[in-house]
Design a protein around this ligand. Structure first.
Ligand code: NAD
Length: 338
């Protein structure tokens, strides 16, 4: 099938080209992000392949549909950037890669927690400059701490298990309890109790209207002073302004992010020679107890191979008139079962 692949970097092209030898799709790579300014590039392509910061709002979907696109193949798990209701009304198929390597994201999350707890980002730079002072590097043991996991799906449950292995007391909130985690010693609590009792809070729920700005003025007020907050899920789960205030007051003791609400203008690009205009983002970087990675948690060899294979398989299944394995049904999302 002829596919317009948006937001591509050299590494995307490398993995997709290698995997496509078994599929034979006609892949045309665009560096541009898909939005209303670039949607015309997809004219005549029955399928588009998109990533986390492509913007498939109602206007873009209508433009795509009018110029012949029938399949949206997401090469990621999250689908918050697609107006699924409009896609359904336009009879466009939307497919994703529901699980490529939850281990990759869980391991990155643990990496961030350990780095933030022991200020590894600070010590790495100090040692490179010949500064072996320990002042300001006093760390926190993870063992014995209460770790709150919000969202215990594919990634959250792996994070919970890893935190148990680090001898944390793991508490969790999800719409559904996971019996395997309960058996392993995880205690499910209300969301408010998680905020009140946790020393570490890590977010693994999807971005949906109910979870947008889950971390806000009110939830921060419930938290322990010095709490560590970790977000490797989606940026808009966190309201940045109150978080900056909480960093200034010491309410938040450490912040570790792999995602950011306004990341579309920053992440995946080399902006080292430019003046970054996002003042809130730059303010966060000034705190010694903040560590940020640029939406990197998914990025392992194993995950990239799986993503390219499953994406191309979704496209092949659609082309054969079959239901793609990664199909997203608006009816399921609306009904809350997805
Ligand atoms: P999943 O669907 O397997 O799990 C999500 C869990 O969240 C489910 O158990 C669901 O019941 C729960 N949930 C839904 N609404 C909730 C709510 N209101 N409150 C609490 N829990 C709720 O998803 P997953 O594969 O574990 O992915 C989790 C998140 O990680 C997604 O947002 C995804 O976009 C993100 N992600 C990030 C990266 C990265 O590179 N940083 C990579 C992959 C996935």
């Amino acid at each position: 099938m002829r596919v317009a692949v948006f937001s591509t970097k050299p590494y995307d092209q490398e993995f997709f080209r290698a995997t496509n030898s078994a599929f034979g799709h006609e892949l045309v790579f665009f560096e541009a992000r898909l939005n209303s300014q670039t949607a015309s590039l997809a004219k005549g392509y029955p399928a588009v392949c998109v990533f986390v910061n492509d913007d498939l709002n109602a206007r873009v979907l209508l433009m795509l549909q009018r110029s012949g696109t029938r399949l949206i193949a997401l090469r990621c798990a999250g689908y918050n950037n697609v107006d699924l209701q409009t896609a359904s009304e336009l009879e466009m198929t939307v497919a994703r890669v529901p699980a490529y390597s939850p281990q990759a994201v869980a391991e990155h999350t643990l990496g961030l927690i350990l780095a933030a707890a022991r200020r590894l980002h600070k010590s790495y730079n100090r040692v490179r400059e010949g500064n072996f002072s320990l002042d300001g590097l006093l760390g926190m043991d993870i063992a014995g701490k209460v770790a709150g996991v919000i969202g215990t799906g594919k990634i959250g449950r792996l994070v919970a298990k890893r935190l148990l292995a680090f001898e944390c007391q793991v508490v969790a909130f999800d719409l559904m309890e996971e019996p395997e985690l309960v058996a392993a010693g995880v205690e499910y609590l209300t969301r408010e109790e998680i905020f009140r009792r946790s020393d570490i809070i890590t977010l693994h729920c999807p971005l949906v209207p109910a979870t947008r700005h889950l971390i806000n003025e009110e939830s921060l007020a419930l938290m322990k002073r010095g709490v560590m907050l970790v977000n490797t899920s989606r940026g808009a789960l966190v309201d940045t302004r109150p978080v900056i205030r909480a960093l200034k007051s010491g309410k938040i003791g450490a912040l570790a992010l792999d995602v950011y609400e306004e990341e579309a203008d920053l992440f995946f690009e080399d902006l080292s020679n430019q003046v970054i205009q996002d003042d809130a983002f730059m303010r966060m970087l000034t705190f010694p107890n903040v560590i940020i990675t640029g939406h990197q948690a998914f990025f392992t060899h194993h995950a990239m191979e799986h993503i390219s294979r499953q994406t191309l398989e979704n496209i092949a299944q659609f082309e054969r008139g079959e239901v793609p394995a990664g199909l997203i049904r608006w009816e399921d999302i609306r009904g809350g079962s997805a």
